[in-house]
Ligand binder design. Sequence first.
Ligand SMILES: [Zn+2]
Length: 66
Amino acid sequence: MARYFINNKAQANGDHEVHKQGCTFMPADKTELGEHSNCYSAIIIAKDSYSRVNGCYFCSKECHSS
Ligand SMILES: [Zn+2]
């Protein structure tokens, strides 16, 4: 299990990125999504807060879609 976070600030394209704890690109302004065994369930939680959610390319590449 790993702790996941959602960036409260959107990227330039409007996506809010999900990061795994320890990611180099962890944003300062973030909300914890709890512990997850993979990024897919973390993204489901994140979608309660933001309609546009994407996995970080570096720490959650399997959930990165653009
Ligand atoms: Zn990341």
